[in-house]
Design a protein around this ligand. Structure first.
Ligand code: PGA
Length: 261
């Protein structure tokens, strides 16, 4: 059984004082049958690492440079992230794709750079509202996924976490419906199964306006392995509520599994 994974994406938010409060509260209270992680802004990696030591919350970054080392002013390498204890890094978030020019080829290179340093890339894919309305969701995702597969190679796909984040659901308060999400997650699982025998081991997350109330139905879906959480990850009670929903979904899965035996 795949363990559920709940990842907080703090985006460009926080300061030393607020981070300390948030990290302290989370460290003491995350459930232990769920994998949790927080992806913090680069300057706060050291602070987060210190507060999370001994806690069962992993550390992640929100982006990584596609190059390993050298004259790339302003960039941060995967080795540096590993040096600060990161386990994960997000690559291809829609905000980076739309505002900072990250195309799918660069996203693939970033995923490869992360893997080479021993990190787990959380690869974000998702369609815009226009693409969604035109019924092009699967075509868009196929394009984004194919470009990455070409660069990392089919044999490395099982080392990714994939996050389906419809752009129209990010930060809008309007999460996609469980039925919509399951349709897309199962498409992604099928895409993986066409390329690797380990498709069943890959964790596929949903992201986009997940709140404690919506998390349960979204995490209980057959192909759902948790969530990538933006705004709600900045509020301890909300993030913990979402982690708790993942824990409940895990217990339901275990019961179903036992029932099948
Ligand atoms: P949101 O962000 O939860 O605030 O919609 C999700 C994300 O961008 O990863």
């Amino acid at each position: 059984m795949r363990r559920k994974l709940v990842v907080g994406n703090w985006k460009m938010n926080g300061d030393l004082v607020r981070n300390r409060e948030l990290l302290r509260t989370l460290s003491a209270r995350v459930p232990d049958d769920v994998d949790c992680a927080v992806c913090v802004p680069f300057p706060y990696l050291a602070q987060a690492r210190e507060h999370l030591s001994g806690a069962s919350i992993a550390l992640g970054a929100q982006d990584v440079c596609e190059f390993a080392e050298g004259a790339y002013t302003g960039e941060v390498s995967a080795a540096m992230l590993a040096d600060f204890g990161c386990r994960y890094t997000i690559v291809g978030h829609s905000e980076r794709r739309s505002m900072f020019g990250d195309d799918s080829t660069r996203v693939g290179r970033k995923a490869l750079a992360a893997m080479r340093a021993g990190l787990v890339p959380i690869l974000c894919v998702g369609e815009s509202l226009e693409e969604h309305s035109a019924g092009r969701t699967e075509a868009v995702l196929r394009g984004q996924l194919d470009a990455v597969a070409e660069i990392v190679g089919a044999s490395s796909l099982s080392r990714l976490v994939i996050a389906y984040e419809p752009v129209w659901a990010i930060g809008t308060g309007q999460a996609a419906s469980p039925a919509q999400v399951q349709g897309v997650l199962s498409f992604v699982r099928g895409w993986l199964a066409d390329r690797t025998s380990e498709a069943g081991d890959v964790r596929i997350l949903y992201g986009g306006s997940v709140k404690p109330e919506s998390a349960g139905p979204l995490f209980g879906l057959p192909d759902s392995d948790g969530g990538l959480i933006g705004a709600a990850s900045l509020i301890a009670a909300q993030f913990l509520g979402i982690c708790e929903a993942a824990s409940v979904a895990t217990q339901d899965n275990v019961r179903q599994f036992e029932g099948l035996k």
